[in-house]
Design a protein around this ligand. Structure first.
Ligand SMILES: Cc1cc2nc3c(=O)[nH]c(=O)nc-3n(C[C@H](O)[C@H](O)[C@H](O)COP(=O)(O)OP(=O)(O)OC[C@H]3O[C@@H](n4cnc5c(N)ncnc54)[C@H](O)[C@@H]3O)c2cc1C
Length: 425
């Protein structure tokens, strides 16, 4: 019979990865404790997807999913195979969360409420009898001969046979993701790749961008140009803000912008194609049609069908066409300049916002030191990792949470099996 503070598995961090890991380990019969420093579980989960929680991406082709993860993608073949996007949808549906798919295969609860996803995870853990300790701040581990022996809490300690570190990365520290788990992993001998904001809004120097704040546009092609050459392209929603640009397409390109901005001698430009579905010729035909319709209006009053109202003053100014010119007087040369502007609207990024505004941080525990099949540390026999604490880097669209479900599930299962095997010896 175990003493009250002894468990098979101790999970540190009550975010999506930790809750999934705790629930899975308990489902397999392990005696599990989940330790969370906040008074409530899942503080970050509740703000995902603007409170709607884009819980996964319905990309069921593992290869295509992995392609989204960049250079570290290969590591995730195994966890995705063990618990993929289809399993994640079935898992939540099985716990009563009806799901729906939106554009770009993004999956949300039908209720549009992240709280339903959190409740499902809580009920999963409850079914397995997980002990939940909230307002319990972990302060590090004790180790002996290549194994962890205790988890130190402020004022007490927990003894477990296996430990799962799921303390998150460093984005949005007010949710609890302050990076101390990374410090312990480093003290225990793991390499920590420097975390920096990955999915994060951009500071832009151009005044017209700030003057357009509040405008959100869908289906915009964003191109990053480095020293005049095309570097990367993303298409999707963009948002003009008081400091620069945000929105999924901007967040997804932000990590690369951060990388190229490090070299101060590089010329870095973002260009927007406001009408990516139309070729230059097609767009010119479209503009001609509008100009015919509005031939007796002034130029500044002729663009309402083509552009959102908030953007018109900036476009009129940058087109160098007199705003008061009657449309029928606009020359072909002027019109072609306008078309070019709409396909190649330029702005200069000058920096990234910080961790406090980031959706994800890249960096974390070096994947080379983690077993891909179990999430077990290659350095310590009874330490496992799950979620953002790993050197994970995914774009927006539900990929980050899927990585939490997959790695949490695998870590929970492997930790439970390790402790059950020990018990059977
Ligand atoms: C604004 C925003 C929107 C997002 N939207 C989406 C989305 O729609 N879809 C998507 O896929 N991803 C989204 N993400 C990313 C997603 O939220 C993260 O990938 C995910 O929360 C990571 O889960 P995690 O369990 O690894 O870490 P976290 O969610 O950060 O949880 C870690 C937990 O560990 C606890 N902890 C830390 N240190 C200690 C300690 N010393 N003792 C005890 N507990 C500790 C923390 O308090 C925290 O609760 C979004 C992120 C943000 C910031």
């Amino acid at each position: 019979m175990k003493k009250r503070n002894q468990f098979d598995v101790a999970v540190i961090g009550g975010g999506p990865a930790g809750m999934m890991a705790a629930g899975r380990a308990a489902e397999l019969g392990a005696r599990v404790i989940l330790v969370e420093k906040n008074p409530e579980l899942g503080k970050k989960l509740l703000i995902t997807g603007g409170g709607r929680c884009n819980l996964t991406n319905a990309e069921t082709d593992a290869r295509k999913f992995i392609e989204k993860l960049g250079k570290n993608g290969k590591f995730f073949f195994s966890p995705i195979a063990a618990f993929g996007t289809r399993q994640a949808i079935d898992f939540f549906e099985g716990l009563g969360v009806k799901t729906k798919m939106e554009d770009r295969k993004r999956v949300f609860p039908v209720s549009n409420d992240a709280a339903d996803v959190l409740e499902a995870l809580k009920s999963y853990m409850e079914k397995g009898g997980v002990t939940i300790a909230t307002e319990a701040t972990a302060a590090g581990f004790n180790k002996k001969e290549g194994r962890l022996t205790h988890l130190n809490l402020r004022g007490s300690e927990i003894e477990a046979q296996a430990y799962i570190l799921a303390t998150g990365g460093r984005s949005r520290p007010e949710t609890g993701a302050t990076g101390e788990g990374l410090k312990w992993a480093s003290a225990l001998g793991h390499t920590i790749l420097n975390p920096f904001p990955a999915l994060v809004p951009l500071k832009i120097s151009d005044g017209w961008v700030k003057q357009t704040q509040g405008l959100s546009m869908d289906n915009i092609e964003v191109t990053l140009r480095v020293n005049g050459k095309k570097d990367s392209v993303r298409t999707g929603n963009i948002l003009f803000t008081h400091f620069g640009m945000s929105g999924p397409a901007i967040l997804d390109i932000s990590k690369r912008v951060g990388e190229v901005l490090k070299d101060k001698t590089t010329e870095v430009l973002l260009t927007l194609d406001l009408k990516p579905a139309l070729s230059v010729t097609q767009l010119d035909e479209r503009v001609q049609k509008d100009f015919k319709k509005y031939q007796n209006k002034t130029f500044r009053n002729s663009l309402d069908d083509l552009l959102p109202r908030k953007l018109i003053p900036a476009i009129v100014k940058m087109s160098q066409i007199n705003p008061n010119k009657p449309v029928h007087e606009i020359t072909r040369e002027d019109r072609l300049r306008l078309v070019k502007l709409l396909k190649d609207l330029r702005m200069s990024p000058i920096g990234l916002l910080g961790f406090d505004k980031a959706i994800a941080s890249s960096g974390g525990v070096d994947l080379a030191e983690v077993d891909t099949k179990t999430m077990r540390s290659k350095i310590l026999d009874n330490l496992y990792f799950a979620g953002d604490v790993l050197d994970i880097d995914a774009p927006t669209g539900g990929f980050n949470l899927q990585l939490c479900w997959s790695t949490g599930y695998v870590a929970g299962e492997a930790a439970a099996r390790q402790t059950v095997e020990r018990d059977e010896l």
